[in-house]
Design a protein around this ligand. Structure first.
Ligand code: C2E
Ligand code: CA
Ligand code: CA
Length: 307
């Protein structure tokens, strides 16, 4: 038997002035209901004056973002991941940049949290996924060697019931196999509603995608999430690599590397900036690395130079 989660959103309009036509009251309740659609934890809201102003502003912001998306202002940069012993690029991560004509390049930390709140992140992440499929398609059709590219998914994306269908549809359109696009889910996404997340991850893996746990160790319940979540690989949060200068820090990384080996979960070290750090990681058996020591995130044209 199949079960489908059903989310119902309610918008309320309290009648204070009976002169307002009934259709307008219904419209306003409907607007409130629509306004909370992008939010994964709000299921109902009331209409009031402050809300009207806020909604006007949000409509303006979303229109501006949509315009930016249509004008191609969001660019996908790629940062390679390397295998230490062979110095070969094994995969890459897609990292989005907002290139504004006046303001220049805006880093994702400045707009992703806003997009997660206003729901636009769904569109942006699908756009990045599509761009990655386009890059892979071009790489394959030009006879090049395509390595998997990882796309970041926000937890908001995971609550969208048709995510798998949409991702598969994009793969089909660009004739790209699922194994050429990996999905990174940040660890902070795991803290709420773990059962729903387990189901979402299982559905993605059943559809042929590799799912990687991003920023492992940055949250409060890392071991807990590792215990519950069925993932194909784990990315070690870059703060650990920072700590590799002290013996205490090195013990911690060493222990994590050993634990992943016992669990047979591949580990990717992120934020590797120096040769010393790379050598140390290799000495304890962690060979897949990503970081400024090897390469910064770059526009796709530079990728082939690094292969
Ligand atoms: P993240 O997924 O943990 O990405 C790694 C971040 O570390 C990237 O920052 C990358 O440029 C940076 N980095 C890579 N190597 C080094 C290094 O050696 N040293 C240091 N100090 N930093 C390094 P970026 O591109 O600014 O992205 C920040 C965060 O924004 C990402 O963290 C990810 O959570 C989010 N993000 C980026 N692109 C997307 C996207 O398309 N969708 C979603 N939902 N989130 C995204
Ligand atoms: Ca990531
Ligand atoms: Ca990360």
């Amino acid at each position: 038997m199949h079960t489908f989660p059903i989310n119902v959103d309610f918008g309320f309009y309290s009648i204070v002035n009976r002169d307002v036509p009934a259709e307008q009251m219904i419209d306003l309740a409907h607007i409130v209901q629509t306004a909370i659609k992008g939010s994964y934890d709000t299921r109902w809201a009331h209409y009031d004056k402050a809300m009207r102003q806020r909604m006007r502003h949000e409509v303006f912001v979303v229109k501006e973002i949509q315009k930016a998306l249509d004008c191609g202002e969001f660019k996908v940069y790629l940062q390679p991941q390397y295998d230490y012993p062979t110095r070969k690029m094994t995969s890459a991560e897609a990292l989005v940049r907002w290139v504004q004509p006046d303001a220049g390049v805006i880093p994702p930390n400045e707009f992703i949290p806003v997009f997660e709140k206003n729901g636009f992140i769904n569109k942006l992440d699908l756009y990045v996924f599509e761009e990655v499929c386009r890059i892979q398609h071009n790489q394959i059709s030009s006879g090049g060697h395509a390595v998997p590219i990882a796309v970041n998914l926000s937890r908001v994306d995971l609550f969208s019931h048709d995510l798998v269908v949409k991702l598969l549809d994009i793969c089909n359109r660009f004739e790209v196999e699922q194994k050429l696009v990996k999905l990174e889910i940040t660890e902070s996404a795991y803290s709420n509603e773990p059962q729903q997340l387990v189901s979402a991850i299982e559905a993605l893996r059943a559809a042929g995608f590799s799912v990687e746990m991003d920023d492992f160790g940055s949250g409060y319940s890392s071991l807990d999430t590792l215990y519950e979540m069925p993932v194909d690989a784990v990315k070690l949060d870059m703060r650990f690599i920072d700590g590799s200068q002290t013996q205490r820090g090195r013990f911690i990384i060493d222990t994590i590397v050993n634990m992943m080996k016992l669990l047979e979960i591949p580990l990717i070290a992120e934020g590797v900036e120096t040769e010393n750090q790379a050598d140390f990681l290799h000495s304890i058996g962690c060979d897949i690395m990503q970081g400024y020591y090897y390469a910064r995130p770059m526009p796709e044209e530079f990728l082939h130079l690094h292969q």
